[in-house]
Design a protein around this ligand. Structure first.
Ligand SMILES: NC(=O)C1=CN([C@@H]2O[C@H](COP(=O)(O)OP(=O)(O)OC[C@H]3O[C@@H](n4cnc5c(N)ncnc54)[C@H](O)[C@@H]3O)[C@@H](O)[C@H]2O)C=CC1
Ligand SMILES: O=C(O)C(=O)COP(=O)(O)O
Length: 637
C-alpha cells in the first residue's frame, strides 16, 4: 500500500487573477499575491485615457497642509467631503487616493484605470481613515506617510507613489513590512530643481529678492545691494546625482569653478563634465558657494552644523534645494549672525511650512522660497505622468523600474527573467510542500547554474520569488510579495543562501537551472530527499519559455510546471502510465504533461504527472492503491 499525502490548497482563484479580483469589494484584503509579477497581458501603456472621465480635483486650502504641522484647529479636520465631486465609484476597479496636487495628464491616466479620489489637504487622521479603502496613494512632499498610515491600510494599500524624488516623507521600513511597494518619479523634475538652484544662486549673489522688496517699498538703495560675482568663484556641489550634475553643468556655463563631493558618484562622469570630485572637508573649506543636492538620510541629516560651518571660508554662500533637514537650521542662523555665512538661499526647511517667526526665514541675508524646486508646469506634468505610469504598472502586477523598496529591474532584464521568475516561485512552492516536520524549515539553499559570470547574474528577484513560494503556503493569513519576502523570511528565522555555478550552457539563457535544497526537514515524499545532507531537492529549468521541473531528489524528471502535479514513485514496469492515466481520466482530470525518470530498468522510477484539475480524494486514493506505486504526493503549483 502506498503512503499518500495531499496538501492544503494554496491555489486560490484570486492568486491567479491578479488585482482586478482583489479589489472587487471594499473590504480590506491583502495585496494580490501576483501583484508584483510581470504581467504581459496588462501594461501601463495599454491603459486608455478616457477624456470624458476628466474631473477636476479640488483643494480646500490654498496651501497644502503637511502632516507634520499641527492643524487640529483647521476647519477641514471635520468631516469635509473628500471624494472627487461627481466621481462614480466602481468597486471592481482599484481606488487611488491622490493627496496632493498632481498634473492633469497623470490624473487622466489614473482615471482610465481606477477610481481616483483627489483629497489634497487631509489631516493625518483623515488620511488614516480613508486609506483602508485605497489600493494606491499618490503623494508629493507634503504628506507624511507614516507607519500609522500603513497600519490603518489593513493590508489593502499596495503601492505608494511619490510624485517626485525625495522619499524622506514615506516610512520605507513600515511600507516594506506591510508589503507595500513604494515607487517614485525620479527624473521628470531634475531640470526644474536644477534651474531653481541656479535661480536661487544668482538671486542670492545679486540680492534680487531684497532689492525687489526695497524698490517696492519706495526706496532706491543702489549701494546697499551691491552683490558678488559668480564668474571665477568656486561652487561646491554636494551630491553629484541627477540634480547636482545639472546644477554643475549650468554653473560651468556661468564661468564658475565647480567641485563636487559625492561618496558614491563615479569620478569619470564628473571628470567628463570638468568637475573634480573632492572630499567633504575639501569641498566645504574651499568653496565660495555651496549648493546642496543630496537626499535626506540618517547620514546627511544636519550634515551642515556648527562644526562644519566653522570649517568653511568666511563669507561662504549656501543654496539648499535638497531638504531642510540636511542643515542644522539653528547653527545656520548662528553662522549668518557671525558673518561666517554671508548669505543663504533656501527652498526647503526642516519643517514645512516653517514657523511664521522662524529666525532663519526672517533673516535679512536669507532668501526663501516655499519648496518650489519641482514646481514648473513642465516638471509637474512630467512627474504626474511618470508616477501615474509607475502606479498603474504596479497595480497591474508589473515590476517597477522606479521601485524604492523592491528589486528594481530594467524592463529588458525583466522580460528575459520573466519565465525564471515564475519557475523560482514554483520551485519554492514545490519544495515547501514536499517538506513535512523535521526541525522545521530554517535553512534553504538555492543553486543557480548559468553560463554567465556570477557577477552578471542579478538573482535578487529570483531569490525573492523563491522566498515568496516557500513562505506563502506556511504563513497562514500573512501576505507575501516581493516587497516583504525578505523581511518575513527573516522574521520566521528562515535563512536563504545562494550559490552561483558557471556551467557550459546556452549564453542566451540568463539561467540554465535553479535548484532549491531544504535542509533538516523530513519529506512527505521520501524520494525527494537526496544528497549527503539528506536535503529535500527540486530543480527546474525553463524550456521553450515554460518552467519545467527537471529533478526531484535524485531522480531526473521533465514536467511542465502548470496546473498541479502528482509525483509517484513506483516499480518500473509496463502499463503503469496507462493505469494511472485511466484513473485520472475517469475523474475527468486532464493530464497536461507526464514524464518518467528511473534509476535503472525494472527498478524504481518517478512518474511526474502534470494535471490541469485538482483530482478528488477518491481518485488520489485509487492511485495510491495501484500495486506498483510505493509512494505518491499531490502538489499544488
Ligand atoms: N526642492 C525641490 O523641489 C526638489 C528637491 N529635490 C531633492 O534633491 C535631492 C537630490 O535629487 P536627485 O539629484 O534627483 O537625486 P539623486 O539620487 O540622483 O542624487 C543624489 C546624490 O546624492 C548623493 N549622496 C548621497 N549621500 C551623500 C552624502 N552624504 N554626501 C554627498 N552626496 C551624497 C548620491 O550619491 C547621489 O548621487 C532629492 O533627494 C530631493 O531631496 C529633488 C527634486 C526637487
Ligand atoms: O521631488 C522632490 O524631491 C521634491 O522635493 C519635490 O517636492 P514636491 O513634489 O514639489 O512637493
Amino acid at each position: 500500500m502506498a503512503s499518500s499525502s495531499t496538501t492544503n490548497s494554496i491555489l486560490s482563484p484570486s492568486f491567479l487573477s491578479g488585482l482586478a479580483n482583489s479589489t472587487s469589494t471594499d473590504s480590506p484584503r491583502p495585496p494580490s499575491l501576483l501583484s508584483f509579477l510581470p504581467n504581459s497581458s496588462s501594461s501601463s501603456t495599454a491603459v486608455s485615457i478616457k477624456l470624458s472621465d476628466r474631473r477636476s480635483c479640488h483643494s480646500r486650502r490654498s496651501r497644502p497642509v503637511t502632516n507634520a504641522v499641527k492643524t487640529t484647529s483647521s476647519p477641514s479636520s471635520t468631516a469635509a467631503p473628500t471624494e472627487t465631486p461627481g466621481a462614480s465609484h466602481d468597486a471592481s476597479r482599484p481606488t487611488i487616493l491622490v493627496s496632493e496636487k498632481l498634473g492633469s495628464a497623470g490624473l487622466d491616466l489614473l482615471r482610465g484605470f481606477g477610481n481616483v479620489d483627489c483629497s489634497y489637504d487631509l489631516l493625518p487622521e483623515d488620511l488614516c481613515r480613508k486609506i483602508s479603502s485605497c489600493d494606491a496613494l499618490i503623494v508629493r512632499s507634503g504628506t507624511k506617510v507614516t507607519r500609522e498610515v500603513f497600519e490603518a491600510a489593513k493590508g489593502r494599500l499596495k503601492v505608494v507613489g511619490r510624485a517626485g524624488v525625495g522619499i524622506d516623507n514615506v516610512d520605507l521600513q513600515a511600507a516594506t513590512e506591510f508589503g507595500c511597494l513604494v515607487v517614485n518619479a525620479p527624473t521628470a523634475n531634475t531640470v526644474a530643481a536644477a534651474e531653481h538652484g541656479i535661480a536661487l544662486l544668482a538671486a542670492m549673489a545679486r540680492n534680487v529678492a531684497q532689492a525687489d522688496a526695497s524698490v517696492k517699498s519706495g526706496k532706491w538703495e543702489r549701494s546697499k545691494y551691491v552683490g558678488v560675482s559668480m564668474v571665477g568663484k568656486t561652487l561646491a556641489v554636494m551630491g553629484f546625482g541627477k540634480v547636482g550634475s545639472e546644477v554643475a553643468r549650468r554653473a560651468k556655463g556661468l564661468g564658475m569653478h565647480v567641485i563636487s563631493h559625492d561618496p558614491y558618484a563615479p569620478a569619470d562622469r564628473a571628470r567628463a563634465m570638468g568637475v573634480e570630485l573632492v572630499s567633504f572637508e575639501q569641498a566645504i573649506s574651499t568653496a565660495d558657494f555651496i549648493s546642496l543636492h543630496m537626499p535626506l538620510t540618517p547620514t546627511t541629516r544636519k550634515i551642515l552644523n556648527d562644526d562644519t560651518f566653522a570649517k568653511m571660508k568666511p563669507g561662504v554662500r549656501i543654496v539648499n534645494v535638497a531638504r531642510g533637514g540636511v542643515i542644522d537650521e539653528d547653527a545656520l542662523v548662528r553662522a549668518l549672525d557671525s558673518g561666517k555665512v554671508a548669505q543663504a538661499a533656501l527652498d526647503v526647511f526642516s519643517q514645512e511650512p516653517p514657523p511664521k517667526d522662524s529666525k532663519l526665514v526672517q533673516h535679512e541675508r536669507v532668501i526663501a522660497t516655499p519648496h518650489l524646486g519641482a514646481s514648473t508646469k513642465e516638471a509637474q506634468e512630467g512627474v504626474a505622468i511618470e508616477i501615474a505610469e509607475a502606479v498603474v504598472g504596479a497595480l497591474n502586477g508589473e515590476l517597477s523600474a522606479t521601485a524604492v523598496n523592491a528589486p528594481m529591474v530594467p524592463p529588458e532584464v525583466l522580460s528575459a527573467l520573466a519565465p525564471f521568475v515564475t519557475l523560482a516561485e514554483k520551485l519554492g512552492r514545490l519544495a515547501v510542500q514536499l517538506a513535512s516536520g523535521g526541525e522545521g524549515i530554517k535553512s534553504v539553499k538555492v543553486v543557480y547554474r548559468s553560463s554567465r559570470d556570477p557577477d552578471d547574474l542579478d538573482t535578487r528577484l529570483l531569490r525573492a520569488m523563491i522566498t515568496k513560494g516557500i513562505i506563502e503556503p506556511i504563513s497562514d493569513g500573512s501576505y507575501v510579495n516581493l516587497v516583504n519576502a525578505d523581511f518575513i523570511a527573516k522574521q520566521k528565522g528562515l535563512r536563504i543562501s545562494e550559490e552561483r555555478i558557471v556551467v557550459d550552457a546556452s549564453p542566451e539563457m540568463p539561467v540554465h537551472s535553479i535548484e532549491v535544497l531544504m535542509s533538516n526537514v523530513d519529506s512527505k515524499f521520501g524520494s525527494a530527499v537526496a544528497g549527503e545532507g539528506g536535503d529535500v531537492v527540486v530543480e527546474g529549468r525553463v524550456k521553450y519559455g515554460v518552467p519545467h521541473l527537471t529533478k526531484v531528489g535524485g531522480f531526473e524528471v521533465d514536467v511542465s510546471l502548470e496546473g498541479n502535479l502528482i509525483l509517484c514513485r513506483q516499480v518500473d514496469r509496463p502499463g503503469m502510465i496507462g493505469e494511472v492515466g485511466n484513473i485520472l481520466g475517469e475523474d475527468n482530470v486532464n493530464v497536461n504533461f507526464m514524464s518518467v525518470g528511473r534509476m535503472a530498468r525494472k527498478k524504481q522510477a518517478i512518474m511526474a504527472i502534470g494535471v490541469d484539475e485538482e483530482p478528488q480524494e477518491l481518485t488520489l486514493s485509487k492511485i495510491g492503491k495501484v500495486s506498483a506505486v510505493e509512494e505518491f504526493v499531490f502538489l499544488k503549483l
